[in-house]
Ligand binder design. Sequence first.
Ligand SMILES: [Fe+2]
Length: 373
Amino acid sequence: MDEKSFKVLVVDDNMENIRLIGNMLRESTNYTVGYAMNGKQAIELMLEAGDYDIVLLDVMMPEMNGYETCKAMRKNEILKETPVIFLTAFKDPGQILAGFDAGAQDYVSKPFNSQELLSRVKTHLELKKTRDDLKIFNANLEKIINEKTRELTQTKEVTIECMASIAEYRDLETGLHIRRTQNYIKLLALHLKDHPKFKNYLTNEAVDLIYQSAPLHDIGKVAISDSILLKPGKLTEEESTIMKKHAFLGSEAIAKSEKRLTSNSFLRFAKEIAISHHEKWDGTGYPYGLKGEEIPISGRLMAIADVYDALTSKRPYKPAISHEKTVQIVMEGKGTHFDPDVVDAFLELEAEFKKISVVMDDDANNLKSEIRA
Ligand SMILES: [Fe+2]
């Protein structure tokens, strides 16, 4: 904004004063000068024009005095930041202070010295310009940051989706197992996010990332041979040992990608879920036999989501178990297989679990279950 575009409003009930100030400003600057004879008129004019940069405000005026005008401006969304310089004949510091209290930026004593008035007007216009420029700069910066954040979020989502799709191709169990468990874990996470034991961990961002990362929980199965992965019957002990390696292999694969990211990367939850979803609350799970709260929360959530889905789904080597029976089994696992608090959450959400299992049922969606959990 150059000097020409500044607009100054002079408010005084004395036309002679208005003329004097107007002439002085026009002679020394290229400012556009408007005027009003009282506060009420001034506010109406400013709202109508919408682009006054500064107001020179007399104090003693009819209708609405200077203090009242300034206070009204500060309460108005459009005028609240327009600088005000009081023109006052008062010498009493209390009355001058009242002007600042009303929201004025400065004051000039009457009779005023034209050079003083001019330089104060210039100073406040420059300050206003700096503030306005900063606002524009911040708004642009915010826009750029929002765009970059959106890009980054998309990149994260696409990365996870891409990795999950590899897991889906390899795991013929159907993508629906992956999608169902993803929805189950989200239900649990959202339900527990305000629970005193979980709220520090389950932030909004964490819940989002857990939901996005859940499809990677069995990505380690990519490294398990078909003869084991697709075997219809019971696994031998040796085969079972190999199968159990999927938890470790999955987390290792994710960790390799994660190495290139920051320590608090979005893959943290994916790695945690992959390594810990087969751990059990009493320490009898695998791969590390972690116990109780040693098991990451995301893994404790996935344990229930995964088992619920495995039990309620039909597999070549077993029929589907009813929702009711599955709820019973999960309840029996409270404090042994599962975190008791997560079981409590599950029990409160079991109707929601059932809904998801029905809507995303394999048979209903013409997909075959061909593999074990
Ligand atoms: Fe698994």
